[in-house]
Structure formats: structure tokens, C-alpha cells
Design a protein around this ligand. Structure first.
Ligand code: UD1
Length: 420
């Protein structure tokens, strides 16, 4: 078991490179199931979730080789259509094999993901969409089974703009007969990345990045050769780290277009944010100003940045209000932030964060991926020592986080719990 130990109070300075986006790489890797051949995907981050999806592809019969972020998947042989419980329960995004498997092989059997730390997160909208495309859906011993000899194009309206649902159905529709229109689709940049890769494979996807996506089904696809986009959430996390340590950090290769809400809220908090060809530079203010934040689907403020902003706002001069509108149980970092001396009160979907002058280091426990990032950020700004345990959550989604922060001047290290 490892933990991260931080001696806070250092200003972060310098340049940091962001890795490839986890949330783009996962659907892209699932899309390799759509057609036989050797697929190539570059800029794939080295993360636990990536290892899980590669393991899943191998369970299905594909072969995968990861050579320092250059991943080759051979999908000639897909001999199984079952995504087993053991893999799906460790990573919900495993359900993204559903659409590609039904589209290519006419059937899929995928374990239901069940609840997760940040809420119920059902997949009913993925299933409703596949049903509208002519798939027969049944439930068997905790598994969803979907069958369709040939999927048919359909017009599908999402009650909620779901990222995974939009990706699953977009992939399924590439090989369907006729035209599929996804209405009230999610607009996240990772969906645009997936659409670009699919079009490179010979698919015909239009409108990705807007709430209406049209997919003309094609007879066959060819293997992908694609570079994963930069991770906007990792970028945003470094930007907050700079802002809350009165730092001055250039987040190289961050894409400002995918971070508009984050940039705008950082400026409102008093940070100086400049956009250049080389990335996004953030200079932290002397004093953080309080904010009103409401998470919502893209282009709104991302729920995946809520915990990090909360860590920053614990040090604001005044009271901030954060409304979490995407997931129902995404305030688990609050109790841990309180251990560092922050003043936060939860009122239903809202958290009221009353800024304090200083946080005081303490042992804390990560509860989910972005929550763990918020604890690291708080530790960077806190007095004395903060120890973050259960960092396997962090390793799901941040590549070499402590190394990157160390290079920016943080006093941070990963230690074995026994050795400490
Ligand atoms: C993706 C991201 C995750 C991010 C989330 C919201 C990946 C791998 N994960 O998760 O990091 O926090 O988008 O930006 O890309 N919902 C339903 N029924 C469904 C599907 C979703 O009710 O069939 C609800 C969910 O419970 C949630 C909301 O819709 O309240 C949004 O979820 P969704 O966009 O699907 O999130 P994910 O794709 O799971």
C-alpha cells in the first residue's frame, strides 16, 4: 500500500505537460472492437483504467500491446462478447464495449455496473437507445444481454445528455443500417475526439460537439490510427494547483477551447490566466475570491473539476456556493477537507464553503478519483504535512501526478505505508 506525503506551503512554478485524456482514450480503445485489423492509438496515458480496458479487450479475444503510450490493438479475433463483472465493477467505462460488440457481432453480454462511489449512475439510456435501434435487451444474472442481427438507424432523444450513452450509441450507429440521429446528445470534447477517430476509420459522423449528432451507417470500417487529445481535467487540476499556491505555472499543450468554464471561474477567483500557443499560463492571486459554481454538462462547469475547485475555495476570502447537478453523491471529499480545517456545510445538492485563512495538514483518505486530486491540492496549500491514503483512486486517472508536481517545486512523495 502506498500513500502520498505532502509538506505544503510551496509555490508551484514552471511548466507541466498534460498527458492524453483518460476519458477520451477509454472509448477510443473500445471502438477498436468495431472492426478487424491492427489499430494504433498514440498519446495513451499510463493509468490503471487504461490497463483495465486493455485487459477487457484481451478477455474478448483482441490482443493489445502498450509501448509507452503507443497502443496497438489487433481486433481480428473477437471470440467472446462478455464483459465480466470483475472488470466492469472496477471500471464503469467497460460498458462502452456494448455498442461496438452489438454493431460488429450482433450480440453483447455486459455486467451491469451497479452503484459507484459518486452515485447510482444507471445505463438505462444506453439500453433504451440500443432498443430503439432494434436490439433486444434482456437481463440475466446481473448481466445485460443485447442482440440484433443488424442494428437499424433511429432517432434517439436522451432524457439526460449522457457522455457514455452518447459514445456507446455513436459507435453502435456507425455500422447500423441507415441514419441515426442522437438528440440532446452530450457535447463533451471527448465525444468530438471519438467522432474524429471514427470518421478516420471510414464512419460518417456529423455534429459531434453539438447536441444533435447524425451518423450515417456504413458497410465496414477500417482500423484506426489516432492520437488521443490532451486531458482537460488533468490540465484544470494543475491550473487550480497554481492558483491556490500563488504559483506561476504554464500548463503546456492544454487546450483552452475545452476549458472555457474552468478558465472563466479561475479568472473570477482572481487568478491571471493567459492563453498562448504553448499552453495556458496561470498565476495565482494573493487572495482567492469566493465563487458560485454550478456543475452541468459541457460546455457548463465540469463535475470532474468540482472537488478541485472546492479545495481552492476553502481558502477564499468569503463564502462560496457549489451546486453539484450531475451526480447525486459527489461531496465525499468534504469530510476529508474538513479534517484539514476547512469550513464546509452540505445542504442537499449544495456545498457552502466558508473560506479560512489557513488549512492545517492531516492524514486524509481518498474516496474517488477527483476527490483524491482535491486532497492533494489542499495538501499543497496546507501548513505542515498531509498524508493522502488510498491513492489507487488517483492512479486510475492521473499519470505520475506526484512526479509532475515535484518538478513544479512541490514537496511531495509517494511512500510505502510500511516504510513510512
Ligand atoms: C463520464 C465521465 C466522467 C464524468 C461524467 C460527467 C468517462 C469515462 N467518464 O461518465 O468522468 O464525470 O461523464 O461528465 O468519460 N445517467 C442516467 N442514465 C444513463 C446514463 C447516465 O441516468 O443511462 C445519468 C448519470 O447517473 C449521471 C448523468 O446521467 O447523473 C451523467 O452521466 P454520464 O454523462 O453518463 O457519465 P459517464 O459517461 O458515466
Amino acid at each position: 500500500m502506498k500513500k502520498i506525503v505532502i509538506h505544503g506551503g510551496r509555490r508551484l512554478m514552471g511548466t507541466v505537460e498534460v498527458s492524453g485524456a483518460k476519458n477520451a482514450a477509454l472509448p477510443l480503445l473500445c471502438a477498436t472492437l468495431l472492426c478487424p485489423g491492427e489499430h494504433r492509438l498514440g498519446n495513451v496515458p499510463d493509468l490503471r483504467d487504461i490497463q483495465t480496458v486493455l485487459q477487457l479487450l484481451e478477455t474478448l479475444g483482441a490482443t493489445a500491446v502498450n509501448d509507452q503510450g503507443q497502443v496497438r490493438v489487433n481486433a481480428d479475433q473477437v471470440v467472446s462478447v462478455e464483459a465480466p463483472y470483475d472488470l466492469v465493477k472496477t471500471m464503469r467505462a467497460s460498458v462502452l464495449v456494448l455498442g461496438p460488440l452489438v454493431a460488429r457481432l450482433g450480440q453483447a453480454r455486459v455486467s451491469l455496473p451497479g452503484g459507484c462511489a459518486i452515485g447510482a449512475r444507471p445505463i438505462d439510456l444506453h439500453l433504451k437507445g440500443l432498443e430503439a435501434m432494434g436490439a433486444e435487451i434482456s437481463l440475466d444474472h446481473g448481466y445485460v444481454e443485447a442482440r440484433a442481427e443488424k442494428l437499424q438507424g433511429a432517432t434517439i432523444y436522451f432524457d439526460i445528455p449522457t457522455v457514455g450513452g452518447t459514445e456507446n450509441l455513436m459507435m453502435a450507429a456507425t455500422l447500423a443500417e441507415g441514419t441515426t440521429i442522437l438528440e440532446n446528445a452530450a457535447c463533451e470534447p471527448e465525444i468530438v475526439d471519438l467522432a474524429n477517430a471514427l470518421n478516420g476509420m471510414g464512419a460518417c459522423v456529423r455534429g459531434a460537439g453539438t447536441d444533435t449528432i447524425t451518423i450515417e451507417g456504413v458497410e465496414a470500417l477500417q482500423p484506426m490510427d489516432y492520437q488521443v487529445m490532451a486531458d482537460r481535467i488533468e490540465a484544470g487540476t494543475f491550473m487550480v494547483a497554481a492558483a491556490m499556491t500563488q504559483g506561476d505555472v504554464l500548463v503546456a499543450n492544454a487546450d483552452p477551447d475545452s476549458l472555457e468554464a474552468v478558465i472563466s471561474k479561475l479568472r473570477e477567483a482572481g487568478a491571471e490566466v493567459s492563453l498562448g500557443d504553448d499552453g495556458i499560463r496561470v498565476k495565482g492571486p494573493q487572495q482567492i475570491k469566493p465563487l458560485q459554481i454550478k456543475t452541468s454538462p459541457h460546455p457548463g462547469f465540469p463535475t470532474d473539476m468540482q472537488a478541485q475547485f472546492m479545495a481552492m475555495l476553502t481558502l477564499a476570502k468569503g463564502t462560496s456556493v457549489i451546486a453539484e447537478n450531475v451526480f447525486e453523491n459527489r461531496f465525499m471529499h468534504v469530510c476529508e477537507l474538513q479534517r484539514l480545517g476547512s469550513k464546509i456545510r452540505i445542504d442537499g445538492k449544495q456545498a457552502l464553503v466558508e473560506g479560512v485563512d489557513q488549512l492545517l495538514g492531516a492524514p486524509v483518505m481518498a474516496t474517488d478519483l477527483r476527490a483524491s486530486a482535491s486532497l492533494v491540492l489542499a495538501g499543497l496549500a496546507a501548513d505542515n504535512t498531509t498524508e493522502v491514503s488510498r491513492i489507487y483512486h488517483l492512479d486510475r486517472g492521473y499519470e505520475r501526478l506526484e512526479e509532475k508536481l515535484l518538478a513544479l517545486g512541490a514537496d511531495i512523495r509517494r511512500v510505502s505505508v510500511d516504510a513510512s
